[in-house]
Write a protein that binds this ligand. Structure first.
Ligand code: NDP
Length: 332
């Protein structure tokens, strides 16, 4: 089987020369383990942070070792009770074609309920991030005006729609192309959206929300966060989920320069880690699954075919080549 290794730590934007696709023998499962043939791999922005050798909330990737990440696959050999050949599982050993997974690290998923790739997106980690971030961290209330950045991505596209479903009076999104902006309004039902590349974020946000915003869901940081602080109303809340604008930066960002506004407006800015909210999983799957079945929630995936293109998929994600969740599908 083939697997992707990190061979050199990137400085700034990663380039293909710091990675290698290597062939390894397909291992046999030991007691309590299953051998999984991966069908869909996840590439996510947080993986950029794991390429740096710094202490963070997830350990760094090791050089010349397989990278890991979310994956869905089919069990092809089992030495574990409760998991049989043919079962589909979600697990954490992505970036490779075959994985030996401990049964307790594999969650059975049902392809009859949703397409398997959905367990990496709308019904998986990004979906729970959007759900928990809005309900718990931002404390969304009926009538709120909500702004979300990275709005056409896996997390952002769900944030906007869940906000509406939870009674937001107005939802505004920003994204990096006119086509994505159109999708936000026409497909996801955002009230208004703008392309952050077409003009200053602060001006575009003010035009979209002349009376201010109550909630900001941050996926981007930098000038987006500064603009949101400027537009947040008194007692406004911000769920700080990601700051993708600076993941490849070699210098610390200048913005937000207006942080002192937090005082007068009594703003609450709170960081969000999805893993603190796994206790919401059941409620999340029930509610989001229901919205999907009722056609009230829409999602997109951008699928890249083939393990050999997994790195390009990851690099493309950082450049905004995805609409919705970026997935690597392994055709066999
Ligand atoms: P997305 O599907 O949103 O993909 C990333 C998107 O970021 C790209 O499509 C691109 O869209 C946008 N982007 C890239 N560079 C910039 C930039 N300089 N300025 C503005 N937008 C940019 O990824 P996810 O939905 O998986 O993740 C979204 C955010 O949520 C990330 O910041 C991620 O780190 C964070 N996250 C945090 C979690 C947590 O537990 N805290 C869990 C999951 C995700 P465009 O074309 O619009 O530029």
């Amino acid at each position: 089987g083939r697997e992707w290794h990190l061979t050199a730590r990137p400085k700034g934007w990663p380039t293909p020369d710091g990675f290698a696709l290597r062939e390894t023998e397909i291992p046999a499962p030991g007691p309590g383990e299953v051998l999984v043939r991966n069908l869909h791999l996840s590439v996510d922005p947080y993986m950029r942070g794991r390429m740096n050798d710094v202490k963070s909330y997830v350990p760094p990737f090791q050089l010349d070792q397989p990278m890991d990440g979310g994956a869905v696959g089919v069990v092809i050999a089992s030495e574990a009770e409760g998991l049989a050949v043919g079962d589909h599982v979600l697990h954490g050993l992505g970036w490779r074609e075959y994985a030996v997974v401990k049964a307790e690290h594999a969650a059975r998923v049902d392809p009859g309920v949703a397409p398997l790739s959905a367990y990496l997106g709308v019904l998986g980690m990004p979906g729970l991030t959007a759900y928990a971030g809005l309900l718990r961290v931002a404390g969304i209330k009926e009538g709120d005006v909500v702004f979300v950045s990275g709005a056409a991505g896996a997390v952002g596209s769900l944030v906007g729609q869940i906000a509406k479903l939870k009674g937001a009076s107005r939802v505004i999104g920003s994204a990096g192309s006119d086509e994505k902006v159109k999708t936000l309004v026409e497909e996801y039902g955002f009230d208004s959206a703008f392309n952050y590349k077409s003009g200053p974020v602060a001006e575009q946000l003010k035009a979209a929300a002349p009376d201010g915003i109550d909630v900001y869901f941050d996926n981007v940081g930098g000038d987006h966060l500064e603009a949101a602080i400027g537009s947040l109303n008194v007692h406004g809340r911000a769920a700080i989920c990601g700051m993708i604008a600076q993941y490849n930066a070699t210098e610390p960002p200048a913005a937000p320069r207006n942080l002192a506004l937090v005082i007068g407006k009594r703003l609450r800015l709170e960081g969000l880690l999805v893993r603190d909210h796994f206790d919401l999983q059941e409620q999340f799957v029930t509610e989001v699954g229901g919205w999907l079945r009722e056609g009230k929630l829409h999602y997109r995936e951008t699928a890249v075919e083939g393990i050999e293109n997994a790195l390009d998929a990851f690099l493309g994600l950082l450049r905004g080549q995805n609409s919705g969740k970026m997935i690597v599908s392994l055709a066999h």
